[in-house]
Write a protein that binds this ligand. Sequence first.
Ligand code: PPS
Length: 568
Amino acid sequence: MQNPDLAPVPELYVSYDSAQKLKAEAGSLLSHDLTPRQICDLELLMNGGFHPLKGFLGQQDYDSVVETMRLADGRLWPMPITLDVSEAFADKVEPGQDIALRDQEGVILATMTVTDKWVPDKPREARHVFGADDSAHPAVNYLHNQAGKVYLGGPVTGIQQPVHYDFRGRRDTPNELRAQFRKLGWRKIVAFQTRNPLHRAHQELTFRAAREAQANLLIHPVVGMTKPGDVDHFTRVRCYEAVLDQYPAATTTMSLLNLAMRMAGPREAIWHGLIRKNHGVTHFIVGRDHAGPGKNSEGKDFYGPYDAQTLFRQHQEEMGIEMVDFKHMVYVQEKAQYFPADEVPEGATVLDISGTELRRRLAEGLEIPDWFSFPQVVSELRRTRPPRSRQGFTVFFTGFSGSGKSTIANALMVKLMELGGRPVTLLDGDIVRKNLSSELGFSKEHRDLNIRRIGYVASEITKNGGIAICAPIAPYATTRRAVREEIEAFGAFLEVHVATSIEECERRDRKGLYKLAREGKIKEFTGISDPYDVPQNPELRLETEGNDVDNCAHQVLLKLESMGLIAA
Ligand code: PPS
């Protein structure tokens, strides 16, 4: 497959003059503040990365994409690109109306003529697009717990690109890449998609792919949104830059793609292929478990390791981009060389380090061998991920009022301060309600907001190498999970369920609140007249009945030690 013309792909931007005019007029339009994921989607819609889409999907296209991987007119498009909004916002919009789409600073990026407004069947979307309505899948979790309840669809008029202050020289629109390929005379280009740092196996794989396809190589990492818990893109780009020296400059280039991944495995592979086709690429590498989301809630993989290759193969002709497929690459000791797993010489010694093992070695400050990665990459990763005993972390106590959370949290704080080495902050339920959340009550909405605030502060503390100890009731599992995700981007999260029964808490009734709750004088009281989701898999469950405070705090210390977070 060759790319004979590399003619520009259609963009959705208007001319500079029209953009100025539109910007001025848009002052009077209803504004939607885009979420980070919507900004990524909008950027690729406007710059042609999502060609042939002309805007956020309308209902007919959405239904068709969800069920058949095709737009209503039959063209292949596997991913619903939708503008989700809150019910409150949707109530203000009627089909036919123009709205302004703004970034988080309020800068107008585009306008959209709303043609459709509907409430999607999210479980159906989850089942069709992601294979299961299982919130262990990051995109399903996003769909149910982050995305708004209503979708708006309609064509977009692009005013300006989202602004990026980082790695500007490394970001290219589809047409910029096409122009670059045209200028260099590159006709066959194989793209490598990645959301991970490049190690030696990846280098070998990309070399082989370029050789096999007799093509130039585009390293095309995703820097928009990837899987929660991934290495942040700043670190990754520094790693890529370090490895780029190992590639022949005349045949290889790197460009950053501001895509928000969905981790949809096979469907995502097709989507990635179409996006690369729009960037002027002719060949696309699909390896093992492409865009895999990890394990489902039963501990099984969502997709088979080569499902993405199978689906891609079925559609590559129609897509106009050819797959270069690879088996998992492993290191063969005797040959001091990488091989695809199915080409390993018989009887040879195979070495491999999985992603989980690499994270463990980084976390524990253990050796990462030269055959596995490049010294510059390892040192970048070590700078970002120091051993766990030097990282920040959060201990998050949850349980009923009067369960003993605050008392144990206080004891733990003192013990950690005695150990020294890291600053410790206690975000106790009552303290937070006094200082951060004084205006909030106990409705679900207010409790969620309260916990989100605690999560935000704890994540900042964790990011900066400190210890945050939180001790709110935090009755909702989905909110606790959201906080966990926010914090795990920077360090460990230890959920401790203080499992004192409601009967015991009521019997103790230290603050006299249970009595008032029973009398109906306090409404929405957790455990009496309001729900509490018992944590299913906390890192630690503390039974306080018959266990003194010192012992409970000590159990937390032992857990922290076993996780490598404090020195033994
Ligand atoms: S939440 O749900 O996590 O936002 O709750 P939290 O911020 O931890 O606040 C709990 C403390 O507020 C007191 N209180 C109530 N708790 C539960 N339900 C109702 N309706 C309520 N009204 C007041 C109670 O003393 C809690 O303190 P702790 O430290 O948990 O005993």
